[in-house]
Design a protein around this ligand. Structure first.
Ligand SMILES: Cc1cc2nc3c(=O)[nH]c(=O)nc-3n(C[C@H](O)[C@H](O)[C@H](O)COP(=O)(O)OP(=O)(O)OC[C@H]3O[C@@H](n4cnc5c(N)ncnc54)[C@H](O)[C@@H]3O)c2cc1C
Length: 373
């Protein structure tokens, strides 16, 4: 059998794979995306869509926190135009907001942590300020009277990831990027410069292979990427809250058409991306209602779970492995945020151009124990 050939084959059609495919197609590369569909988990479908680097700059994982913040901040700055371009090109509304985010505190210890976070963000050139509980309630009148202070990040915001994926699919169709629905069983074992992608019942050749396969693929080098399960729910709520609110124990993201997403739990390890614990959802809802009492008792629209692609140090893996295959993995809690900047950086790397950010902190080689396999 003669295998069908592409310049570039991207394994994985989540937000990271599709934004990269779009960036590569714009540069003229014949690109295909191979995606397993619902048989394997897709974190992107489960995401809340916060674009909130000001709350994600932390050193708790011991990784390159400053580099992660800078990647997020660059991508946040790109999102407004990216969303507008997607909408104009495809006619698909992606619900980009641009109206800021609030992180809430009920007591002094929480206020101190938020103030430290605000100081870190501003020291790196970001926009973050501490405001009083009353000032927070001026921005969001439905907030509880118990809130004593808040971190206000005026540039952090959100999109709707499911709408973004619909727009990306339409955009790739226009660019004639082939999306192959199949599970890849092995990859990168071809001879010389032609690498081989073996899928169920078929095979493809590509000059270049990119692994963007999320948390569970059967292909990622052992110990490098692992699932971090997150459960979330959506309730019916129109106009109660207008921007992203991050309360202790739950975040609240108002979306179009009266849908409000409340998330999310974090559990390392489970492969199960279907089951949702009633207790977890009840806990999220209680924490959300403590911050915004008017959400109490609102009708539930949906509940779901997803698997974030975590890495040992909480930072993504972007670069090349020893066999010359490209890796676009491990965006953990921030793949939606990172996608536009990560796509530009990876496309440049793949095509031999200078990436817009230094990718060295994200190299796979930072994990001495990461084996290839
Ligand atoms: C509950 C929850 C809330 C989140 N909220 C946010 C948020 O607010 N903001 C934010 O920025 N991020 C958020 N995230 C994180 C974000 O969803 C991820 O970082 C991002 O979606 C990762 O994208 P990805 O393309 O790398 O992986 P995925 O979206 O998981 O896509 C990987 C794709 O690869 C395919 N695949 C895997 N193996 C194979 C194979 N062998 N052959 C073919 N195809 C394969 C899968 O089917 C899947 O479609 C959240 C995640 C969860 C779970």
């Amino acid at each position: 059998m003669k295998a069908k050939g592409f310049d570039i084959a991207i394994i994985g059609g989540g937000v990271i794979g599709l934004t990269l495919a779009r960036a590569l197609a714009d540069r003229g590369a014949t690109t295909a995306v191979v995606d397993a569909g619902p048989v394997l988990p897709q974190a992107t479908h489960a995401a809340a869509g916060m674009l909130a680097p000001s709350f994600e700059y932390g050193e708790e994982f011991g990784g390159p926190a400053e580099a992660v913040y800078r990647l997020g901040a660059l991508s946040l700055a790109m999102w407004k135009d990216y969303a507008a371009a997607l909408e104009e090109e495809t006619g698909v509304f992606v619900d980009y907001r641009g109206d800021g985010a609030l992180g809430l505190s009920y007591r002094d210890a929480q206020t101190e942590l938020l103030a430290e976070q605000a100081a870190r963000v501003t020291s790196l050139g970001g926009a973050a300020e501490m405001i009083s509980g009353d000032e927070a309630r001026e921005l969001e009148p439905a907030l509880s009277a118990d809130i004593v202070a808040a971190l206000h990040a005026p540039k952090d915001t959100q999109v709707d990831p499911r709408r973004v994926m619909a727009a990306l699919a339409a955009s790739l169709e226009k660019r004639q990027v082939e999306i192959i629905k199949a599970r890849v069983l092995s990859f990168g074992d071809g001879e010389a410069s032609r690498q081989f992608v073996s899928v169920e019942g078929d095979a493809y050749e590509a000059e270049t292979i990119v692994l963007a396969a999320g948390a569970v693929s059967g292909l990622t080098p052992m110990g490098l990427v692992y699932p971090v399960k997150g459960e979330a729910t959506a309730i019916a709520s129109e106009g109660v809250i207008t921007r992203v609110v991050r309360a202790p124990g739950a975040y609240i993201c108002p979306k179009a058409e009266g849908r409000l997403v409340i998330g999310a739990t974090e559990e390392i390890g489970p492969l199960d991306h279907h089951s949702v614990s009633p207790a977890a959802i009840a806990g999220l809802r209680a924490n959300a209602a403590r911050a915004v009492p008017a959400l109490e008792g609102a009708e539930e629209l949906e509940r779901w779970a997803g698997l974030r692609p975590g890495t040992p140090d909480g930072a993504p893996i972007m670069g090349q492995d020893e066999k010359g295959r490209f890796l676009a993995l491990g965006h953990f809690r921030n793949g939606i945020l990172h996608a536009p900047a990560a796509a530009q950086a990876m496309a440049a790397l793949i095509l031999g151009e200078t990436p817009p950010i230094d990718l060295a902190p994200f190299s796979k080689s930072r994990f001495s124990s990461g084996r290839d396999g």
